[in-house]
Design a protein around this ligand. Structure first.
Ligand code: HEC
Length: 146
């Protein structure tokens, strides 16, 4: 019985490894960033008063950032420096500690923003703080794309 359980667990592990390999890390990190971009659009419209403020939507925006920050740092293996029209800068691999710190700060600001957001005013403050991470990380760790 124990032997069967171990074999079954081994099979599951094998299956999840195959699944992880079939997804390209560059595509995965770009998809996370695309979700960031969509969330930023939603947030900007609410902050500018072009769309009504919805607390649930504001929280979803910040939750999207938390999710990206949790997964993003692991998607930069040495084998993913080129391909898929990546705009990841070589600096990510040259200054791994700096990059990981930027990801961690983004996650921490998003978590704090999520906890602090109660209404439009608090969301404005949270979104501005999180938003500064987008531009500062892109300036350092992303190749400018014209
Ligand atoms: C810690 C660094 C970091 C932070 C913080 C960050 N980004 Fe990015 N972003 C990147 C990198 C690196 C890429 C390039 C990914 C690639 O092409 O491999 C990127 C790419 C993008 C893209 C292009 C995705 C595509 O390929 O179509 C968008 C849009 C984007 N980011 C939006 C945002 C927004 C909005 C925020 C803030 C809410 C944000 N990013 C925060 C590092 C970051």
């Amino acid at each position: 019985m124990i032997r069967f359980v171990l074999v079954a667990a081994g099979l599951c592990l094998g299956a999840s490894v195959v699944l992880a390999q079939s997804e390209d890390p560059i595509t995965m990190r770009q998809d996370l960033m695309k979700a960031n971009g969509r969330a930023a659009k939603t947030a900007t419209a609410m902050v500018r008063g072009q769309a009504p403020f919805e607390l649930a939507q504001a929280q979803e925006v910040l939750q999207t950032y938390v999710n990206t920050a949790d997964k993003f740092g692991a998607l930069f293996p040495e084998t993913s420096k080129t391909g898929h029209e990546t705009t990841a800068a070589p600096k990510i691999w040259e200054d791994k500690a700096g990059f990981e710190a930027a990801v961690a700060k983004f996650g921490a600001d998003a978590r704090k923003g999520l906890a602090d957001t109660k209404d439009l005013e608090t969301f404005k403050v949270a979104f501005a703080a999180v938003g500064r991470n987008c531009s500062s990380c892109h300036e350092t760790f992303r190749i400018k794309k014209n």
